[in-house]
Design a protein around this ligand. Sequence first.
Ligand code: UDP
Length: 553
Amino acid sequence: QSQELSQARIDYHVALQALQEHGTRMVCSGKMHTDRICRFDYLCYCSEAEEFVFFHSNSSVMLPNLGSRRFQPALLDLSSVEDHNTQYFNFLELPAATLKFMPKPVFVPDVTLILNRFNPDNLMHVFHDDLLPAFYTMKQYSDLDDEARLVFMEGWGEGPHFDLYRLLSSKQPLLKEQLKNFGKLMCFTKSYVGLSKMTTWYQYGFVQPQGPKANMLVSGNEIRQFAKALMEKMNITRVEEMEKDGGSAEDEKEKEKRDEYIVVFSRSTTRLILNEAELIMALAQEFQMRVVTVSLEEQSFPSIVQVISGASMLVSMHGAQLITSLFLPRGATVVELFPFAVNPEQYTPYKTLASLPGMDLHYVSWRNTKEENTITHPDRPWEQGGIAHLEKDEQERILASKDVPRHLCCRNPEWLFRIYQDTLVDIPSFLELLKEGMKTKPSLKKSKPASTVHPGRVREPQCQTSVQTTNEAKLTVSWQIPWNLKYLKVREVKYEVWIQEQGENTYMPYILPQQNYTFSENIKPFTTYLVWVSGSNGHGRIFHLWSLCLPFR
Ligand code: UDP
């Protein structure tokens, strides 16, 4: 690799002179360390000190210039996990003049994205924390293209899924460990530091119990485009596009002809389904479909994605392998199994993914409620759920408990004990629940109204009051349709009108099909009203901004 880098496409002397004269330049986006991504010219890294270095000269730029607040707590998060205190990024500062006394820098000519992988051993973390955020950070900055260099600073080895990280660009990603090989001082000609958090949907429970992120900003569309790009890189094409969501009789027939199948994603070392064969037989019989099993232990990742990308249903025990549901075709069902005493409502990374707007996956969870069907492993090491290291009282409490109480990440022994149980799936109750769950599966056709295209705000709202008698008045309100409405196939447009007496906190809401109306009930003479007009698509969903008009007195 050092050879690869030293075939510099840049003139060394020009680069060195530029660094000495201009120093480092940094311009960031984001107001807080948690939403910041910085772009640098000539950010350097000292491998001996394991520190990034900012060289000050007369023409260096540092924006934002936070002064000492740069350390409260950090300039930015280097991983996509929000405000995690092991994932902070900062640099040290030196005058550019000190370069004279330092080892000759090696320049990295590639545009570089510098980040921390959060947990590269775990497939869910690989996708949710690293691959998706890196993919969309690269989309955000156009010079982070297929030729970009990724540098992983968390300090881990390649890990079992390094091939997936390789798909992000044509250049081999670098690990922190490898930076030493390039010499004592290494300077990135152009680099971006940090990851976009826009695509993440789950928080792991560091400050409050785990659950969906409070403010999710990603929809199924972006997840699917990412999945498509990755599949292209892996040379996978979906066997059949299930996505053609016609509802006509012909399409239905077409669908029947297709070879539909169910995938059971199996784990072979921990959190086992003890009667997997029986479960597979039952699924095949119930749905009259072929059932295929896959496991990370037995297949290559691309071959697993190939199978999943054509499946109608994915069944698996709770676990990181379920992240592969992002490769399912639209309209497929995800069935997640939970061991005894684990409440599916409290561990929802895969439910949340399946339920993202436009993801169009149906989600069903099943939980083992029969204690006799669970196999515990109290004597295993603590990280696999062993509890032998705990006080006797605590062990007994855990054994007696039938529900893991809410807890924080990551070492709660009761949680680990329960989540690493093996399960004998009770087939009759499982099939019953699944049949019930399939009843609420929306048809793809219904789930795809123009909900992704929003009409704009209503235009030219007008209102006029007229006094009838000393205690009777009328209020006439009219407006024009949103500008883009005539181009949209939105059925059933309704307008929502709120009438609020000035100074009052309450209002009277009306839903109207037409674009004007004269109100006479509850309208007082000589009163100012605030009238808010909006559109809704008939399902009670308000889809644009309010307009405001003040009536005459
Ligand atoms: N894993 C697997 N088979 C197993 C156990 C684990 O393939 O029998 C994978 C799992 O999908 C994940 C990684 O190994 O990518 C770590 O598993 P762990 O149980 O620690 O995490 P979890 O699945 O609960 O997120």
